[in-house]
Each structure stands twice: as C-alpha cells, then as structure tokens.
Design a protein around this ligand. Sequence first.
Ligand code: C2E
Ligand code: CA
Ligand code: CA
Length: 713
Amino acid sequence: MHKGHLDNNEEQIKDTLGMNDIISVLRNEFSNIYLVDCKSQQIEIYRYKNQAVGVKEILQTKQPYKAAIQKYIEENVVLEDRKKMNAAADFEHVCSQLHKIPQFTVHYRVKRDGVLSYYYMKCARIGDADTFQRVIFAFANEDADVKQNEIEKIIHADITTGKRKILIIEDDALNREMLCEILKDKYDILTAENGEIGFEILEKNYKALSVILLDMQMPVCDGTEFLKKIGEDTALASIPVIVITANSDEDAELTCLNLGASDFIRKPYNADIIKGRVDNVIKLKESTLMLAAVEHDELTGLYTRQVFLHYAKGIMKFRADTPMHLVVAKIIDFKLIKHMYGNKKADEVIGYLASVYSNRVRNGLVARQGHNSFVGLFWEDYKTFEQKLKNVISEVKANLPVKGLMVKYGVYKDIDKRLPVSAICDCASMAEESIADNYDCDMAYYTEEMGHKRINNQMIEIAFESALKNHEFIVFYQPKVDIDTEKVVGAEALVRWYKDGTSLISPGEFIPVYERDGLIVRLDEYVFRQVCSLQKRRMDKGEELLPISVNLSRTSALHEDVAKRYIDIIKENGIPFSCVPIELTESAAIYNDRVKAMTEQLTDAGCILHIDDFGVGYSSLISLNQFPFSTLKIDKSLIDDVCQSKGKTLVEQVITLSKLLDMKVVAEGVETKEQLDIIKALQCDAVQGFYYAKPMPEDEFIEYVKGIQSKNQ
Ligand code: C2E
Ligand code: CA
Ligand code: CA
C-alpha cells in the first residue's frame, strides 16, 4: 500500500517539473526530504536517509507537516538553534518567502552522539511564485559530498548534453595538433597560433567557452601579455585559463597564478594529465557558477557559508600543493550595535565590511557566515597573505561606519587540508574567540595548543551523556558568611566533574564548552535537582534550611520554559522557594525583555534571584534596577583591588548604589583579612571566599556548618 502511494504521487508530478528527478538526485545527499502540499499542509512524500542503513524510504500515509518538522527539530537540532529553526520552518512563513524567491536555505546545527555538525534545510517551491501548490524541504549535512555532476545534469541540462568548447592558443603547429588529438573526443576545439588571434576568437566566443589552454612562449602577444589583457575584462577573466609551460619554471608559474591562471600543464605532454586537468578546471568553474547562481547572501552579495564550504572543499582538493590560509572575522557586540544604532546602521556595517573584504581579495574566496561574521580562504604564500591581511585590517578600522566598533580576526595559517572545511573554520574561530575579551588585540593565530584544546573540548562534549548517567558531576558547596556575626548564612552550589571516578575537572574547563553547545541547560537543571533534593532531605530531618544558591547560565536563562521547569522542581520537592536562590551572571545579554519576563515569572512564584559576577561585564546598575534581583554579588576581580584606593572607591560605589536599590551585597573571592576588614567597613553584608572556606563536598559542608554554628552560639 505504501508503495502504491509513492507511485501515485510520483506519477502525478512526474511531468510537471521533473520532480521525480529532483528527488532521486536529492535523496542521495539529503538526510530527509519532505514534499508538502500547500493546501492540506500534509507531507505527501517523505524520504529518509539513515547513515547506518543507507537510503531508506519511509513512505507514510499523509502526515501533518507541522508535527513532523517539530519532531525533527526537537530530536536533531541543538538547543540554541531551535527557536530560529521553528520560526524559519513555520509553513506560513516558508510560503510567504517562496512567493518572493524560488528557494532559500536555513543553516542550523545538529548534535548526535556528542558530535556537532552543520546542517542546512533547503526550501523550494515547485512552480511559479503565484501559483505553486507544493513545497519541497530538503535537509542535508553541509559537509556531505555533493554529487555535483548529478545535480548539474538537472540544473544545467543544456551544458551537459552538448560538447563543451575550448580554445587552444599555441604557436607551434605540431603541439597544437597533439593537443587537439588528445582533447577532440570530448570537446569542440577552437585554435589560434598567437595571443592576438586568440584574443579575437575569445571576444567572439567567450560565452560558449569553457576553458582556454594557453602557451606561455609565443612570438606575437605571449602568454603573460594575453593574461594581462583578459584580466582587465571581467567577462573574459571569468573563463579559466590553463597555462602551458616549457619547463618547471616556478617563477613563471607564480607570475601566471598572480595573473589569474587556473592551472598548469608542463611539456612534454601527458595525455591523461591534460584530460584530467581540463576536466577538473571545467568542473570547478561550473559548480561555482551553478552555486553562485543560487546561493548569495541577500544583503552583501557574498557567498553563503554553505557555498563557501562546498567551493572551498573543491579548491583545497584542486590546489593540493598550494599553501592556504583561512580567516574568520567577527564583529564584537553586534547585537548591541543593532540595539543602539538600529538595523539600518547594522546593515551598513555588514555591507561596508563585505565590500572591503571582497574588493581586496584576489587569490581567495570570501563568504558571510551567520549574521555577524565572515570567513575567507586564501591561497598564496604566507608572507604576501599576511601583509595583505594586515593592510585590510587597518583599512577596515580606519573607515568603520560606527565608531569604536570592534572586528576580531582568527587566522588558521597553512591549513591542514585533510580536515573538513567546517573543522578548519572552527579552528580559526577558536583563534578569534581567544581574543574576544582582549581590547588591545585584533588578530590571533590558531595554535597547536588550541588544537589540543579543540580535541579536549570534543572529548568533554562526547563524555557528557555518560558522565551525567554515571553521576560523575558532583556538587560542592562553598559557604557564605555573614560579615558581622561570622555565621554561615548560606552557600553556593558549584559543580565538579569526577571524570571516570578518578580525575577531578574544574568547571572552568567544561562549563564554557557546554555553554557553547547548549548542554549546560541540562547540567544546570541536574545541579538544581541535586540541591533541591539535599534541601528536601534536610527539611525532612528537621534541619536548618540555609539557602543554597545555584548558577543559571545565560544559555539556560534564554531557554524556553526554564522558569516553569524550575518552579515545578521546587514544587515536586515541596521545599520553600527561598531555600534555593538562583544566580544569574551579569552581562549585556541579560538585559532584554525575554530574560526580564523569565525573572519576573520566577520571583512571582517566590524564587529569590542573585546577580552574579557584578563588575566584569556590562555593569549597569541602572539596567539592574528594572530586574527583581534581591542580592548583588561583587566579582572577585573587584575584590582583588579593594586594598588600593581606586579599587576601594569602586567597591564602595557599587555597595552604596546596591543599598539604594534595596539589594544585599555579597563579596566574592575574599582571600585575606585585609580585604575582609575593608569591605566590612564599607558595609558589605556577606562574604564568600577562601578566607573562610573553599567549596567542599556535601558531607564536609554539613560538618563545617555544624562546627561554625555551634562555635557562634
Ligand atoms: P562563579 O559562579 O562566579 O563561582 C565562584 C567561583 O569563585 C568558584 O569557582 C569558587 O570556587 C571561586 N572562588 C570563591 N572564593 C574564592 C577565593 O577566595 N579565591 C579564588 N581564587 N576563587 C574563589 P569554581 O567553582 O571553579 O567555578 C567557576 C565558575 O564555573 C563559576 O563562577 C560559575 O560561573 C561556573 N559554575 C560552577 N558550577 C556551575 C553550575 O552548576 N552551573 C553553571 N552554569 N555554572 C557553574
Ligand atoms: Ca555564581
Ligand atoms: Ca561569581
């Protein structure tokens, strides 16, 4: 019955737009394909490729698109990208886009078995903008091998049916004939005996030409002159040129490369090499053209990340021996710029950067990736590249449309071409991230050390599930002490990882990794549950319930339903809301309506909120005023300087203003008696720091509390 369903559907659409062909090609590359009927919003054909089993066709009786896509997103897409995907995949939204453009692509990330990969969803209408009845959704891994030839067959049917035309410019008649002999079976050949005649033929035939074979040594208008001449004309310059050199003269080859040649053939001729090179150059050119036709970023006209990945892969394979470098450029605090100057100005910034980057690139490929970042691949010797990059960086800086805007560059020089392009991009991003907080530095190189870190981070990601299952994450407790009475007035829960039950890993190592990939949401909730359960046990035993605060990362704070889930957990345990305060780290990113609504939902239910790490981030007491925080935690970096007069003044100001806003103040990272005395004089309320106690395991913490409280009674 399922089979019949497929036949009917395929038959029905076969003659309209070659839908059958599209699906049969797409299914090799795409992990999922849905064909959706606009009226019923039901999936008519659904194909699914399971990596382990190969292509599997699961034909369903009609199934609602909405439910299927939601399931797909929930089961595959990483947490941070879900909201974007839900919005982009909304059927009404898709249709309204497709009334304007024939197809579009949405990029997202997928996590399976701890491995992160980049995916995209392509939506295309089947038919005209006004009358289309069906939409196709295809989902694919960006790094999967695209079977270019097959797709070409469909999109450029005209190209593949006829023979391609090539032009051979060579003064030696014997050589010309030999080349014709080698290539005539596959190509239509035009010939010229010098550059001048070659140029005339080229001007008349350039639209039909796929490649030019050019001899460097000729009496009238030699190869160099010819390359210069066509380099001045954009239409002509887009035709790839393969240069024929007499010997392995590297200088001459370098000159040609700089003049735009695509490849070399050396004399004496080897038929297989010649055929292979001509074929490769044509393939590369055509796939670029094809992709360029569909995949430009709307705002900048640059390639999209997807095209970049595909094309870069081709270039890397094709120029295996040329040194290549990859650069990621990222605008820092781009959201803030949008917020302060508006979308129009933000677009202007993007447009400005795109134009500088694309105008200055010769031996390279530049694309826009994400809303605030660019990526470029360059093939030339490192010295030339580095000089150019430095020039571009200072040019960008000098003329930015927004004063004080920062663009950071991460450079992976002399890339390892065996890696997938997306991994190479990640390496350059790591270099960029290493200086994200360093205001004096524009550019950083990817280093071996970062490479180790990358591998380590991957291990940390992969190990998450089993660590959680095996209870390797252990909660430690650091006491908070009242500054006047020296009684323990609370604690903070801080997670540690006993990896495989042996080595202890500090949160500084794994929290940033989990924050990046979204796993922190689950870890935060796990810690929260552990703390609630401890409080419940203490309550049941009739013991004193000191508030134990728990960290909520920014990613968790932005996660849907977080307030409801946390409230439910407290209710499940039947403990007072006040015994598990929630610490939220201060940064520009939390001052928005969404986080504000979340904090209000929590406090309305009775939760207590602390603002953490105050003094390192955005540090806006005014913005803070809008939020229902009861306590402010002064960051350790401010306490470190409190013994100097400037540092003291700063802490004093923060305390005074906090009091005005009716917040209690906790000083974090107090290590010495001297620091303690100063903040005591400044009327700080409580202290959390090594001076009193380090974070400790549960039993130790309980003993510690008993000891202190009995001493102070
Ligand atoms: P945080 O929330 O600011 O926690 C305070 C950190 O300061 C803790 O580091 C604590 O051990 C350390 N500290 C406290 N007093 C002193 C002192 O006198 N001297 C020094 N040198 N350090 C002191 P820890 O436990 O390594 O945690 C580091 C960060 O990891 C935390 O900073 C927090 O941002 C994050 N973290 C820890 N547990 C969790 C968690 O369950 N969820 C989330 N989202 N983040 C967590
Ligand atoms: Ca904290
Ligand atoms: Ca803190």
